[in-house]
Design a protein around this ligand. Structure first.
Ligand code: ADP
Length: 459
C-alpha cells in the first residue's frame, strides 16, 4: 500500500549527495594526481586512472551499502518467524529494494491480521469472563489490577463511580487477610484456596481460589482470583446443622427421661411381673440406641460445619490409653487385647476430633470382633506425614461393602443380620474428621480374618 503523503526520505537523500560529492572529490584528486604524474605513455596513465577509479568505486560502494546488511539480516529473521504460507517467494528477487518493500508490505498485512485476531480473542475472553457466574480478577506481580469482570466490580469495588481503572492497586480493593492471600500466592508461587471466607461488608461467604499465572518462560507474571459465592449453601448448611442440633437436643431430653424411668423400673425389678422384664430391657436398649444415633448425628453436623481445626502436637500413646480405659468398661464381657507400637509418639491433630476417630475405630474393632479380640495400633512419622494403622482380627468386610462403609448410614448386610447394633454413622464421622485434617483413610480387609484402617495425616 503506497502512502501518498509519505515524507520524502531527506536524510537518506542528503547522505547520498554527501557521499557522491566525496566520491567526486576523491576521483578528481586521483585524476589530477595521475595526470600530473611524470609518466610518458598516456595509455598507461588512462589505464592507471581507470584502475584506481574502479577501486575507489568498489570501496565507496561497499561502505555505502554496508548498513544495508543489517536490514537484510532483520528481513531474514522476520522471514523465519512468519508462518509458512506467509513466507516470501521474493527471496529469489534480484533487487533487494523490491524485496524490502514486499517484506514490509507482508509484515504490515500480517500485523493487521494479528491485530484483528487479538481483538476477536479479547472480545471472546471478555465474553467468557463476564458470563462466568463468579467474581474474577487478574492482577500482575506488582499487585496492579489488570482485569476484572462486572460481578467483581459489583461485589468488591466500593466506589463504583470512581471506576477502578486498569493498573489500580489491589490494596485499594482489599485489605487485611484478603490482601495477604493474594500476596501469599505471589510470594509462594502456589495456589491458595479458602472455603467460606466471610466478607462482613457484604454479609456473604465466598469460596476463593487464587492461582499464580506463569508467562511463557514459566516465571510468575501475576495471579488470578476467583470468588465463588457460597452464601446460599452456607445458610442452608447452617439451617441444616441448626435443625439437626435442635432435633437432637429436643429428642435427647425425652430419651434421657425414658432411660431414667426404665432404670427406675429396673431398680424395682422384683415388683414387676417377670413376663414384662424382657420388654423393659428392650425399651432400655432401644432408648440407648436412639440416644447413640442422635449423638452421632449431632457430632457429624458439628464436624461438617466447624471450619477451624485447633491442631496441636498430641502424644498419641496417651490419647489411646485414655480412650482404651473407657472402651474396656463399655465392652466388659469381651476378651480384648490391645497392642501398641508407636515409633514416634507425637502427631499433629485436633485432639478432640482425633479422639473421636480412635473411639469409633476401636469400638468397631471390638463390636465386629470375634471371641478373642486382638487389636494392633501402630504409628510412625515421616518427614511429611504421620501414619496410624488400626488392625483387628475380627469378622472382616466383604469386598463389595469396602467402597461403601464410609457412606452415611451404610451398614453391611452381615452385621444387620447378626443384629450387631450401630447407626452406620461411625466411619462417616471418621472420614469427615480425617478429611478436615487434609488426610486420608484407607481400608483393607479379608473376610473372616480381619480389617485394617490406615490413616495418613499431613505434618
Ligand atoms: P456402625 O458401626 O454404627 O454400623 P460404621 O460407620 O462405624 O457404622 O461402620 C459401617 C459398617 O462398616 C459397619 O456396619 C460394618 O459393617 C463395617 N465395619 C466397620 N468397621 C469394621 C470392622 N472393624 N470390622 C468389620 N466390619 C467393620
Amino acid at each position: 500500500m503506497k502512502h501518498k503523503e509519505a515524507p520524502f526520505p531527506w536524510h537518506y537523500y542528503l547522505n547520498t549527495v554527501r557521499s557522491r560529492i566525496f566520491y567526486v572529490v576523491v576521483s578528481v584528486a586521483l585524476t589530477f594526481a595521475i595526470v600530473t604524474y611524470d609518466q610518458e605513455s598516456p595509455f598507461l596513465k588512462v589505464l592507471a586512472l581507470v584502475f584506481f577509479l574502479i577501486i575507489t568505486a568498489i570501496v565507496h560502494g561497499y561502505f555505502r551499502i554496508n548498513p544495508f546488511r543489517g536490514i537484510m539480516e532483520r528481513v531474514e529473521k522476520i522471514q523465519l518467524q512468519l508462518p509458512h504460507d506467509k513466507k516470501l517467494k521474493i527471496l529469489y528477487q534480484r533487487n533487494e529494494w523490491i524485496l524490502l518493500d514486499q517484506m514490509l508490505l507482508l509484515t504490515e498485512h500480517y500485523i493487521e491480521q494479528q491485530r484483528k485476531l487479538l481483538e476477536d480473542k479479547n472480545r471472546e475472553s471478555n465474553l467468557l469472563i463476564e458470563s462466568i457466574p463468579n467474581a474474577i480478577v487478574i492482577i500482575d506481580k506488582y499487585e496492579n489490577c489488570l482485569l476484572h469482570n462486572e460481578l467483581f466490580t459489583k461485589k468488591f469495588i466500593q466506589d463504583k463511580d470512581a471506576k477502578v481503572s486498569e493498573k489500580e492497586k489491589l490494596w485499594r480493593i482489599f485489605e487485611g487477610n484478603m490482601l495477604n492471600l493474594f500476596r501469599d500466592c505471589l510470594h509462594k508461587n502456589q495456589q491458595v484456596k479458602v472455603s467460606s471466607y466471610y466478607f462482613p461488608h457484604l454479609g456473604e461467604y465466598f469460596d476463593i481460589a487464587i492461582t499464580p499465572i506463569m508467562d511463557r518462560k514459566q516465571s510468575l507474571s501475576g495471579a488470578l482470583g476467583i470468588f465463588h459465592n457460597v452464601t446460599q449453601a452456607k445458610l442452608t448448611e447452617k439451617m441444616r446443622v441448626d435443625f439437626v442440633a435442635n432435633v437432637s437436643h429436643e429428642i435427647r431430653t425425652p430419651l434421657t427421661s425414658i432411660k431414667g424411668y426404665t432404670q427406675l423400673l429396673e431398680a424395682h425389678k422384683e415388683s414387676i411381673p417377670t413376663q414384662f422384664l424382657p420388654i423393659l430391657e428392650k425399651i432400655d436398649n432401644n432408648a440407648e440406641r436412639l440416644k447413640d444415633l442422635f449423638d452421632n448425628l449431632l457430632k457429624l453436623s458439628v464436624i461438617e460445619s466447624r471450619y477451624e481445626l485447633s491442631k496441636e502436637f498430641v502424644n498419641f500413646e496417651e490419647l489411646v490409653s485414655t480412650i482404651w480405659a473407657n472402651l474396656k468398661a463399655k465392652h466388659l464381657g469381651k476378651n480384648i487385647k490391645l497392642n501398641n507400637s508407636f515409633e514416634s509418639d507425637e502427631i499433629l491433630c485436633d485432639p478432640k476430633l482425633m479422639e473421636q476417630v480412635m473411639v469409633n475405630l476401636l469400638d468397631n474393632a471390638i463390636k465386629y470382633g470375634k471371641e478373642n479380640v486382638i487389636i494392633d495400633i501402630s504409628g510412625r512419622n515421616s518427614d511429611k506425614q504421620s501414619q496410624i494403622i488400626v488392625k483387628d482380627n475380627g469378622l472382616g468386610i466383604k469386598p463389595e461393602d469396602l467402597s461403601r462403609i464410609f457412606e452415611r448410614f451404610y451398614r453391611s448386610q452381615g452385621v444387620t443380620q447378626k443384629a450387631i447394633e450401630g447407626s452406620g454413622l461411625g466411619l462417616s464421622i471418621v472420614k469427615h474428621i480425617i478429611g478436615k485434617h487434609r488426610g486420608q483413610i484407607e481400608v483393607q480387609s479379608i473376610q473372616g480374618e480381619g480389617t485394617s484402617f490406615t490413616i495418613t495425616l499431613p505434618l
